[in-house]
Design a protein around this ligand. Structure first.
Ligand code: FE2
Ligand code: FE2
Length: 465
């Protein structure tokens, strides 16, 4: 269905036919804008940013790019098209028609899933709000803002579901989503990771590579939901999410490329020498990977989880790409889960977090293989690796285990040495300087090969309005 951009709230859900809902959302809209202006990107709210806006929910709908001041971005409500005769694909209700309304018995579980997902969206905008001040190029600054406005739209996506399907307590939850703030002592965001500021660009790329990818897998699981409006919302969010992964992968890839250039030029891989040249040594990148990957694994929850089993049994949250599995019932099936006490047989329904995480782990590995190839091609043999899933965990069966990145027991100082040190973090911070001249970039990275939407690299992606 085409998107109505004439409406105050752009949408493809026929919002004008439901006056009560429309009014409620129009009431929430100014609160959202206040939040955006107060806790969204600093300093550049009045700048013109070359952004893309969805014009329809199919692949062609992404073609619209143009200068927008961020507060004027057309945030709205976009659901993937309804699939006729869709049935629930897994769990105890599989084969029955999907639900267009919230089944009473699953109301609080669904609300909890939606609120938890919704809370991460504005949280990441808040975490990244100072980053533009040290953007390594206008291209990067624009990509940051694109990610930020889309996370803002993801908040809209969840708020729509709360307003449309959960009545008064849904509206209250929607208000709470603007009331909790990342890092706020009294009202923090729900998940721990989303309360840490992201104030250097290496961390930003790591976040978009590892943490946003967790988001992708949560959305993929929710896109399978028997609650059809949730499934359709998440399907469309996934098309936006792809760009966030791209920003992370190419961001880290460009840093590696720059470092390799310097390694070739100086004929050394010595971190001290490379730091003198102002680039980021590969072992430091490895320590950042160790940190961000292990904390992203925690976001999947415990390997063995009765909540996850209930979500699956009730048809609320499936596995990513559920259709690629043969058994959609999973009662009477078992998974082998490694624990510090040996391999344990766990009922498959209880191992849903573990299975979702496995798909995530495979997806994470793709970029690392690509980076390793680049490093080898440049004549060096340094393999960036995902650490063991046991390493540096705070959630699940390996929480608190003292193991090295290979997963073997070790002393605590080995763990510490595998994570970013204070000196690493201070060094990365020291590199952060804004480069705002079109076609130029900071010394520690390189410009991308292609610009946005076929624009040249030296295009003025962000300009004073
Ligand atoms: Fe998002
Ligand atoms: Fe994202």
């Amino acid at each position: 269905m085409a998107i109505d951009y004439q409406a105050r709230i752009p949408n493809n859900v026929d919002l004008s036919t439901d006056r009560g809902l429309q009014r409620a959302l129009e009431h929430w809209q100014p609160a959202f804008l206040d939040w955006w202006k107060e806790l969204g990107p600093t300093t550049f709210q009045e700048h013109d940013v070359y952004l893309r806006t969805a014009t329809s929910v199919d692949a062609k709908g992404w073609a619209t790019f143009g200068y927008v001041k961020m507060p004027d971005y057309r945030w709205g409500i976009f659901l993937a098209d309804k699939q006729e005769d869709r049935t629930i694909g897994f769990g105890d209700h599989r084969g029955k028609p999907v639900w267009q309304q919230v089944p009473g018995e699953f109301r609080s579980a669904l609300r909890r899933l939606i609120v938890t997902q919704g809370d991460t969206e504005p949280a990441s905008v808040e975490q990244q709000r100072m980053l533009a001040l040290t953007a390594p190029s206008l291209y990067d600054m624009r990509n940051l803002f694109q990610v930020n406005v889309e996370e803002g739209r993801h908040l809209w996506a969840m708020v729509y579901l709360l307003h449309a399907y959960f009545g008064r307590d849904g509206r209250e939850e929607a208000e709470e989503l603007l009331y909790r703030h990342s890092g706020d002592v009294d009202n923090p965001r729900i998940l721990g990771t989303f309360n840490e500021p992201i104030d250097d660009w290496l961390s930003f790329y790591m976040f978009t590579y590892f943490t946003d990818r967790d988001g992708k897998y949560q959305l993929k699981s929710l896109a399978e939901s028997g609650f059809d409006p949730l499934a359709r919302t998440c399907q469309f969010m996934l098309t936006e999410e792809a760009h966030h992964m791209f920003v992370g992968e190419t961001g880290i890839g460009r840093i590696i490329k720059r470092t390799l250039d310097e390694m070739q030029k100086l004929g050394t891989d010595d971190p001290v020498t490379l730091r003198k040249a102002g680039v980021i040594d590969l072992p430091l990148i490895q320590r950042y990977i160790n940190f961000w990957y292990s904390s992203a694994l925690d976001l999947f929850g415990a390997e063995v989880s009765s909540n996850a089993a209930t979500y699956f049994a009730n048809g609320l949250k499936g596995r990513p790409d559920e259709m690629t599995f043969e058994d959609h019932d999973c009662s009477g099936a078992f998974e082998n889960v490694e624990t510090p006490d040996g391999v344990q047989e766990v009922a498959t329904r209880n191992a849903m977090n573990f299975l979702t995480r496995n798909a995530y782990v495979r997806d994470c590995a793709v970029g690392l293989t690509r980076w390793y190839r680049t490093i080898k091609k440049a004549g060096f043999d340094f393999e960036l690796r995902l650490p063991s899933e046991r390493f540096h965990r705070n959630v699940g069966v390996w929480a608190g285990a003292v193991v090295d990145p290979e997963g073997k027991p070790c002393s605590p100082d080995v763990v510490e040495a595998a994570l970013p040190s204070d000196a690493d973090r201070a060094y990365v911070k020291s590199l952060m300087v804004a480069v705002t001249e079109p076609g130029k970039c900071a010394n520690w990275t390189t410009l991308p090969e292609r610009g946005v939407n076929n624009q040249p690299i030296d295009f003025e992606y962000v300009r004073a309005g």
